[in-house]
Design a protein. Structure first.
Length: 306
């Protein structure tokens, strides 16, 4: 990227605990699968321990998304009580109209044993420009007014023009991908603009589906051209006496634009490792030297996972 005015440099040290930004997503709990989880333990046992560790660390945000009705009932059974998290849910897609969206959201709340949540998100920005998009957004505002949630928002990709979306719909929250490999929305000032008008910015995909943890020769086919950039990032991290997990978390959590940083884990051991790495000061690295400058490669993966 070069040392121009848009380069993403290391942020100043945390003024508050980095864990005050760290959030957890349930997408990788595996509760919809039948095989055992980590260490051959039942997946609900592993998920319960993950949530207990997160609660003890006082992680503020818990996103529950992408589960079957049965799995949501399991989440309700393992959720610490009283609930210590600000919970985020996503609506179903609006193809069947706003009445169906609201009915499904209310059913989710019943299965989870909750009367309300902190936030409800439209699952994809593109849905808001479909045939039922405006009706979906109006219904989400009505559900907020009815007390089913405090905030509403949308999940976006870099290609969605999030600033235009925000001007059009005026969300309370925008959930967007950003990582030390995918810095597009930071470098172009998009996330700073959103935060500057009071929108909560929740970062997701900060591990870019674990790409930074893979040897370059195991990168997905569509990212083979970026293998040299991945190798360079890993070398710079090692030279900075850090490791990929600490670097990825340090980068995301130190971003002043971010209100929350969502991660996904598959085991209690991973949850403990994330908390330990996040609790460390961010490494002093030249972040802009690690970014992948290939929007086509990044977009082709549609990296929705944390």
């Amino acid at each position: 990227m070069g040392a121009d005015s848009c380069a993403v440099k290391s942020s100043p040290p945390f003024m508050t605990s980095p864990l005050s930004k760290l959030g957890l997503g349930s997408g990788q709990f595996g509760l919809d699968q039948t095989q055992p989880g980590a260490r051959s333990r039942p997946r609900d046992v592993e998920a319960r321990e993950i949530l207990q560790i997160a609660a003890r660390a006082q992680l503020p945000v818990f996103e529950i998304t992408g589960h079957s009705a049965h799995a949501e009932t399991v989440v309700s059974a393992i959720l610490p009580r009283p609930n210590p998290f600000r919970i985020t849910l996503s609506t179903v897609r609006p193809d069947r109209g706003p009445d169906h969206v609201e009915a499904e959201l209310r059913a989710q709340l019943r299965r989870l044993g909750l009367e309300s949540v902190d936030a409800i998100l439209a699952p994809a920005a593109s849905d808001l420009f479909g045939a039922h998009g405006l009706a979906l957004w109006d219904r989400m505002k009505a559900m907020r007014d009815a007390g089913l949630c405090k905030k509403i928002g949308m999940s976006v990709y870099a290609s969605d023009d999030p600033v235009r979306m925000a001007r059009r719909f005026r969300p309370d929250i925008v959930q967007a991908p950003a990582s030390l490999l995918d810095q597009r929305l930071l470098v172009d000032g998009t996330l700073a603009q959103l935060a500057g008008v009071g929108i909560e910015v929740h970062l997701r995909s900060i591990f870019l589906n674990g790409l930074l943890f893979l040897p370059p020769d195991r990168a997905p086919t569509h990212l083979k051209a970026a293998a040299s950039r991945i190798s360079r990032a890993r070398r710079l991290i090692a030279e900075g006496r850090s490791d990929p997990l600490q670097a990825a978390l340090g980068f995301a959590l130190s971003r002043p634009e971010a209100t929350a940083v969502l991660v996904g884990v598959t085991s209690a051991a991973e949850m403990s490792a994330v908390i330990a790495a996040a609790s460390s000061p961010p490494p002093d690295l030249d972040w802009d030297e690690m970014a992948i400058d290939d929007p086509a490669a990044l977009d082709s993966g549609q990296w929705a996972a944390a």
